[in-house]
Design a protein around this ligand. Structure first.
Ligand code: INS
Length: 275
């Protein structure tokens, strides 16, 4: 299965208490890693010369293909964790926008911007490249200006018709006139708390499994990618349970070295109810 992830891969400075760590990040990065277990993965992104060559090589060693729009600088964020699930986010620098769409077709395309790098025209062009277009809301509603991240209200007509759309519950008020039935599946997660999922407008509540986490970077990105992949081949509720379990295992280990048996065992503990 050929999957394309679109969005900036990022230089993340992760601060927890007195510790600070510089790492690769970005929605497209975490979504790509989750899918690399199952699919042929390509990332369409933009980075500058300041982006560590080693990180790009590591992605290529994992079999992930990179299609890079060159840029003066790379997108960089400071993520300051107050506890495992609470953080502040500061945009330090931003790479180029992504406006060119490859000619090929893909079995799945996931748009996961982090700094408003995907304009609505690019979203429209991707609708022509795949029958399965998914997206994360996060980077569509962030002001692309350096400093503490501010969210902006946006009209959402360009997101209509998507297969899967993921947002944080707190991001929903920024999506002007979005009706759950505008997309096939809307996932509204709320960290470790119960989340809402809508299938063609019909609401479900899901309860993620509880895991102890030091930080939750990439949780939404992994959840979106895992759900999209599972939803391609299994029913909605099963895909939702598996995606929750998959994300829980990732958060617990901060790696993807678990098996589908582990996922299915944990998925049995995820509760999903019609509301
Ligand atoms: C992280 C991660 C998050 C995103 C941040 C990014 O690496 O991808 O999902 O919100 O902006 O720096």
């Amino acid at each position: 299965m050929k999957c394309l992830l679109v969005g900036h891969i990022v230089i993340d400075i992760v601060v927890r208490g007195l510790k600070s760590e510089i790492r690769i990040g970005g929605g497209a990065y975490y979504s790509a890693l989750a899918l690399a277990k199952f699919c042929d993965v390509e990332i369409l992104t933009s980075v500058g010369k300041d982006f560590p060559e080693k990180w790009l090589e590591e992605l290529e060693e994992m079999g992930i293909k990179l299609n890079v729009v060159s840029s003066k600088t790379s997108t960089a964020y400071e993520l300051r964790y107050l506890d495992g699930n609470t953080r502040t986010l500061r945009l330090l620098a931003r790479a180029e926008q992504i406006t060119e769409v490859p000619d090929k077709r893909y079995d799945m395309v996931i748009l996961n911007p982090v700094a408003n790098e995907i304009p609505p025209e690019t979203v429209a062009a991707f609708k022509e490249r795949t029958d399965f277009l998914a997206a994360d809301v996060q980077g569509f509603i962030r002001k692309p200006r350096p400093g503490m991240v501010e969210l902006i209200e946006r009209k959402t007509s360009f997101l209509k018709g998507l297969k899967v759309l993921h947002a944080d519950l707190s991001e929903l008020p920024y999506l002007q006139n979005l009706q759950p039935e505008d997309v096939e599946v809307l996932l509204a997660s709320n960290g470790p708390e119960p989340g809402r999922a809508y299938l063609r407008g019909r609401e479900y509540i899901y309860r993620p499994v509880r895991v102890e986490v030091e930080e939750s970077t990439g949780a939404g990105d992994v959840f979106l990618a895992a759900f999209s992949y599972f939803y391609k081949s299994c029913p909605f509720i099963q895909a939702l349970k598996r995606a929750n379990a998959f994300t829980g295992l990732f958060l617990e280990r901060r790696s993807f070295d678990f098996s589908m048996e582990d996922v299915d065992e944990l998925a049995m503990r995820v509760k999903v109810e019609r509301s």
